[in-house]
Design a protein around this ligand. Sequence first.
Ligand code: SF4
Length: 111
Amino acid sequence: MESHAIDLVKGAGKQGILLAELAQQMKETETKVLEVIDSLSKNGQIKKVEEKHDGESVIRVIWQVKDDAEWDTLQGCPCFICPDINQCGAGQPTTPWLCGKLNTWIKERLD
Ligand code: SF4
């Protein structure tokens, strides 16, 4: 239920979605959906905003987590995706100064 709510709130974009609409789309009661939303808002994933619609208070829920973070590998440095990184370093089976992948990558940067 939580992942379904997350998908729908994320899909609603910056304007968010009214709690009533969300409950309708999830085929759940507003009370049950509100419990999920309260839990998600505690960890900062979702923001609840109170609005007035035709004189009645309604709750709008808006996704708060930015998904536009990018993974920066410093122009493809092999260490960022290396399966051997836990065995690499002083006293380890592999070292950066003897690593063919890393040395090739450095040489390509210097050429
Ligand atoms: S130096 Fe080589 S072995 Fe070590 S983490 Fe980087 S790519 Fe992997």
